[in-house]
Design a protein around this ligand. Sequence first.
Ligand code: URA
Ligand code: CA
Length: 441
Amino acid sequence: MHIIDIIEKKRDGKELTQEEIDFFVKGFTEESIPDYQASALLMAMYIKGLSKDETANLTISMLNSGEKMDLSGIKGVVADKHSTGGVADTTTLVAAPIAAACGVRVAKLSGRALGHTGGTLDKLEAIPNFNVNLSLDEFKKQVNDIGLAIAGQTLKLCPADKKIYALRDVTATVSNVSLIASSIMSKKIASGAPAIVLDVKTGNGAFMKKYEDSLALALEMVDIGTKAGRNVTAFITDMNQPLGRAVGNAFEVKEAIDILEGREKGDLFEVSIALASQMIFLTGNAKNYSEAVLKAKKSIGDKSAINKLKQMISYQGGDTSFIEDLNSFVETKFARDIIAKRDGYIGFIDVPKIGQASISLGSGRRKLNDSIDYKAGIYIEKRLNDKVFKGDVLMRLYSNNEAKFDEACFILKDTVNIQDGPIKKPKLIYKVIDKNGQRDF
Ligand code: URA
Ligand code: CA
């Protein structure tokens, strides 16, 4: 087999066989196929598209390129969740303890901040002494003992995806639905959970800005997971504004705790309840989805969800005393307000800019080795369609470095558009997709 023939075949729009896809993935991972040929093939794939079979085969080849998490030692049914990424998207910190409190075995590998979106590991590291580095044995023991662990990846899962994704990133070949679906699902399948709940974001702050693209991505991911024998559900949820009100690491931990303590509701609460409930239902911890919702909400009322989070924090070496004084947990030396320049209604929010402004305040990294100001961030006071008056606070910015405000304010210029009349607010959860098809939520 020759890579040139494979490139030529895809360039001409023909379907590649399983052997040809595997030859490319292996060859590129082992570096017998150089970057320039891999780039040409990825561009051909990007432009000509992949069939369902090609997408499934690409996923399997990337899955087989590395190690796999063997979760068979865990008693009970394990569930995993994944979000395609958004701003103030703290669903893991809310949904995972709720699901675990309702009997789900939650074994969750998380990542760090990517682009303008935050990462769960960075948020957890805002907690004093919290350890995200668990060996596979420690991870499994913890899930067996308390039903909940959130940690970084230690095994070499899908090294082919890592190499291919890095190449796609610099060759303008990321935003193809089949390439994204196979990239995400190869890692989810390698992570070992039989039940997987996906949160596919749509809107200006999402990877997929157009609803049709988000739907296509969700359908492909469910299809791939189902073919691999997993029980997968995808929700399509809105990312035309930050999901929660807190953007930043300690800040998002506080918001998750406020929800788990029953003090806060709102969109983050609603999406988290939906994701947790589906995890509860898929793992057989409720007879149907409605019963799962009742159980999920009850776990907030009876404190079992917040207690589960505290148990996880202690188990992973963290100090839970900060929960008793959340205000000092998030307190920064400096703050600055973004003010409404006129009366009207919030008509548009440029979500990526809010993520970028938060990073510039110190909440994220621009380079791999940048250090993080865990308390830096932004609090969103006004949301889409809120009525505002000139002088109202739209957002409050927090940082321990006063020099950082000018850049953040510059980024945030024109981020919120105020218009004369009310808007039609976007839906929060658009669709639910599983192996039986799609339905409105
Ligand atoms: N996230 C991934 O893991 N892969 C993609 O291709 C896009 C987003
Ligand atoms: Ca995330």
